[in-house]
Design a protein around this ligand. Sequence first.
Ligand SMILES: [Zn+2]
Length: 353
Amino acid sequence: MSLNLHRMELPREVIVGNESLDLVSDVCGKLGFSKSALIITGPTTIGIAGQRVIDLLQDEGLAVNRHIVSSNIPTLRDVKHSEEKISKLRPQVVFGVGGGTKIDIAKLSSARQRVPFVSVPTTASHDGMASPFASIKGLDRPYSVKAQSPIAVIADTSIIINAPRRFIASGCGDVIAKLTSTLDWKLAHEKRKEYYARYTASLALMSAQHIVESAEIIKPGSAEGLRALLESLVSCGVAMCIGGTSKPCSGSEHLFSHALDLIAPKPALHGEQCGLGTIMMASLHGLEWETVRDTLRQVGAPTTAEDLGINAMHIVEALVKAGEIRPDRYTILNEKPLTRKSAYELAKMTGVI
Ligand SMILES: [Zn+2]
């Protein structure tokens, strides 16, 4: 019998701002990490932020080790290597410093080794920086798995602002996806009696609306725009922490992106694909899909297959496959299953192909 217990694992410190990396030792001190840390980062991100984190912690007297991950796509092998390092060193805390890949590897390996994890993103390309989920290749499924919530998130805008614009546009795509993922979640609740929390759904939805309203200021070099995006990404992550599920943030538009990852010879960024998926799923949901498209356009995100660099036929194939990628997730694609013909028409009508 379920006792209706609901456990929420939330970050204790979230710092978004200019030069916030300087607060890294302060955060560690507050959380009681005064002895040792392991920094998981990449060959490029070590120069962007990793080494600074190491120096700052060493200045406070911590024994700091580093583990450099070279892959651009997080694999199970990377997770295992990181786990071996954690298991050998037994640090008090593991830092993930970098883009989505390094964060995901650090998050899952630390969770498996039961060591707390601090997230230090150097890009804003998707909502994983504050969420308890990680996307890893080589698992038995193409979508994310539960790892652990970061105990702290330190997002330094003065670092992230220098990342390529494409990453910021991708982050916007991952947030705007919540316009349809929250509707899919509600649908699953109504049709399948699945657990649904209105508060959590509202938090995710609010983030998407925040991006729609802030699209004008989200442009290269705009600290104000970047802050709006980071706050939205963190809120989405927190929504997943509160909900204990990725459902508020990942619906039919994410299934489309996962299908593209399997089908397209050269997939695009996660958030770019989700944004494109949101245009089409918004139409299926009867939302104003033009608003989604216009917002994406404004922030410089792809709105067509051509922008994405993916063949039109792969888009159609992914739309058809999306409905079968995750049988446990009920979405609008269960209500309105797509055939090749209707998928083609949907992509055509929304101008995606
Ligand atoms: Zn996502």
